[in-house]
Design a protein around this ligand. Structure first.
Ligand code: BT5
Length: 323
């Protein structure tokens, strides 16, 4: 372990308490000047460390999504074992795609505290409240056919519902295909992008953004009536690190089921977390609008809608509004 990491470990063991520089120096056998240098670099990384002349150093509780924070306590075999972190980037999906093109391993994740070009579907933008949510992208290389990719979005939604439920006890509902809602408002969105050959998938980038500790006033006015956060809905603040780790754990479990092609299991889980079946909806698919009632979700993730003119529509992707 590097000296900086040892110092951090030491401070973490004494979180919120004072540890003298002399004590650290003796225990780790490093000079006081070296400690001071490492403390500065930890502060630059975002750790909040107070220092006082006769008391030493005191690390305050923080909620950083730095790679070492994610690795610490992560219960997965491969997913998230390599984290690429940006304090600010254009879009984690763009960065993940670049890494995938360069051959990054499956399970690599890209996390950012803020994005200057956070993206939704069809070129829409995604508001990234700096430090207040989780904004990450996963690189996957599944043995799926291009026609089977849609289910990864649904699976990602289940994994995030499970993670939120296990950490916060509230349970968002899934709105097909890529939203999680709390109190009817959007808390999370998923953007799945794929690189394919004729009959195989090179890689999938699954991007997910979730508003955790976002304050109502910080949402831009265009979305303040439709967006919400875990904090707004519960009045509490949550550790983003715990939700990230829990999400990766659930994701890995479901992804193994997906790789075994047990789509039926995934869809059963999905239906447990969605209350869309039987609802009246309006769906926009490019220029077309369909009104009708959701009949079912098929095993490949396709939405089956009985439209008002009596025809059955099988919808692969679109924007849904409840009516
Ligand atoms: C999505 O698109 O919901 C996909 C969002 C994916 C974001 C993640 S963040 C990490 C990764 N890197 C990226 O660049 N993207 C992914 P869509 O269904 O098209 O919804 C977009 C719409 O959601 C916008 O037009 C707004 O109306 C709304 N919106 C934008 N930011 C939001 C936010 N923070 N919370 C709730 N709604 C939001």
């Amino acid at each position: 372990m590097k000296t900086r990491d040892l110092i951090l470990k030491f401070l973490k063991r004494n979180i919120d308490n004072w540890v003298s520089g002399e004590y650290i120096s003796k225990e780790l056998n490093v000079s006081r000047a070296a400690i001071s240098k490492h403390i500065s670099s930890l502060k630059k990384m975002g750790y909040i460390i107070e220092s006082l002349p006769r008391k030493g150093y005191s690390l305050k509780e923080s909620d950083l999504l730095l790679p070492d924070e994610i690795y610490d306590g992560l219960q997965t075999k491969t997913l998230g074992k390599k984290v690429v972190f940006f304090d600010e980037t254009d879009s984690t999906n763009i960065k993940a795609r670049d890494l995938a093109e360069e051959g990054a391993e499956e399970g690599t994740i890209v996390i950012a505290e803020s994005q200057t070009m956070g993206r939704g579907r069809k070129g829409r933008s995604w508001y990234t409240g700096k430090g207040s949510g989780i904004f990450l992208s996963l690189i996957l290389r599944p043995p799926l056919a291009p026609t089977e990719v849609a289910i990864t979005t649904l699976m990602t939604a289940i994994a995030m519902v499970e993670a939120v439920k296990s950490v916060t006890k509230v349970e968002p509902k899934i709105k097909w295909p890529n939203d999680l809602l709390l109190g009817g408002k959007k808390i999370c969105g998923i953007l799945t992008e794929v690189s394919t050959e004729m009959d195989s998938v090179n890689y999938i980038i699954v991007g997910i953004g979730i508003n955790i500790n976002t304050e109502a006033v910080s949402f831009p006015k265009e979305i303040k009536n439709i967006a919400t956060s875990l904090h707004i809905e519960t009045g509490e603040k949550f550790k983003r690190k715990l939700i990230t780790q829990s999400f990766l754990k659930s994701f890995e479990k479901l992804y193994n089921i997906l790789k075994n092609r047990n789509f039926n299991h995934i869809m059963k889980e999905w239906k447990k977390h969605s209350d869309m079946i039987g609802k009246r909806v309006e769906i926009e698919i490019f220029e077309r609008k369909i009104k009708g009632v959701v009949e079912d979700i098929e095993d490949d993730g396709v939405l089956r809608v009985c439209s008002d003119d009596g025809s059955i529509e099988r919808i692969i992707s679109g924007d849904i509004h409840f009516v």
